[in-house]
Design a protein around this ligand. Structure first.
Ligand SMILES: Nc1ncnc2c1ncn2[C@@H]1O[C@H](COP(=O)(O)OP(=O)(O)OP(=O)(O)O)[C@@H](O)[C@H]1O
Ligand SMILES: Cc1cn([C@H]2C[C@H](O)[C@@H](COP(=O)(O)O)O2)c(=O)[nH]c1=O
Length: 212
């Protein structure tokens, strides 16, 4: 087991619904923990009070309400769960973050400029792993696993969702996040995890971490 990292790294895994975010987040956490790092796996909506409310209202509230709720949850998530861990050198990996906020409520017809402005004060991740896959592949994955939310049942939204995620990744890159896009169409879950693992190790290596 190698030495514990002294620098927290904040990683966001984002992309269209059903692309493989949760699968990757779990696998990446295990790989980094096996390297000897302390890793905290989390997700948005968070398990905090605002996240729980947002999750409850996702299928019924309007886009503006959800945009404000999810952004409020993001601030609370950062202040109470993410930043305290980063401060102790933990690697934090979140399944969904700002990109989901820029995309999902845009699918609810909220103005993208407003969504960007709302998320402007929110800390960007050090590394965004932006997952993509061909639309028919995502659809097959969702059918096999089962849909979780109303967005996944709307076939028409999946193309816009992918396009909006590309824009969101570009925007976050412009705000200083290191962005790696992983096209998972022809990659096994292990291959996706191996690639993501390498990207995180590169970041740790650049920070001078001996366990990278
Ligand atoms: N690279 C891959 N190849 C094949 N199947 C995959 C791959 N990645 C994930 N899957 C499968 O696709 C399904 C959806 O994956 P997962 O639940 O991780 O997606 P998600 O992006 O987290 O979904 P959601 O947006 O609903 O939270 C699961 O059944 C998972 O096993
Ligand atoms: C962060 C965030 C999330 N959402 C929605 C999208 C999904 O309906 C759920 C999360 O579902 P999962 O299967 O657990 O990934 O939350 C959203 O609408 N806006 C956001 O900013």
């Amino acid at each position: 087991m190698s030495e514990q990292s002294s620098t927290g790294v904040f990683v966001a895994v984002d992309g269209p619904s059903g692309v493989g975010k949760s699968t990757l987040t779990r696998a990446l956490t295990i790989r980094l923990a096996d390297d000897g790092h302390t890793v905290h796996r989390t997700a948005e909506p968070s398990d905090g009070p605002i996240g729980s409310l947002a999750r409850t209202l996702t299928n019924t509230a309007d886009g503006l309400t959800l945009a404000c709720l999810y952004t409020a949850d993001r601030h609370h998530h950062l202040a109470h769960e993410i930043e305290p861990r980063l401060a102790t050198g933990t690697i934090v990996i979140t399944d969904r973050y700002i990109a989901s906020g820029l995309v999902m409520q845009r699918l609810d017809h909220v103005d993208p400029d407003y969504l960007r402005a709302l998320n402007e004060p929110v800390r960007v991740p050090d590394l965004l792993l932006a997952l993509t896959a061909d639309e028919d592949v995502i659809r097959r994955r969702l059918t096999r696993r089962g849909t979780h939310n109303r967005y996944q049942d709307q076939r028409a939204s999946s193309q816009s969702e992918a396009a909006y995620h590309r824009e969101a990744a570009q925007h976050l890159g412009g705000r200083g996040a290191l962005v790696h896009t992983i096209n998972t169409t022809n990659l096994t879950t292990d291959a996706v995890a191996a690639l993501a693992h390498r990207y995180v190790r590169d970041v740790l290596g650049a920070l001078g971490d001996t366990a990278a």
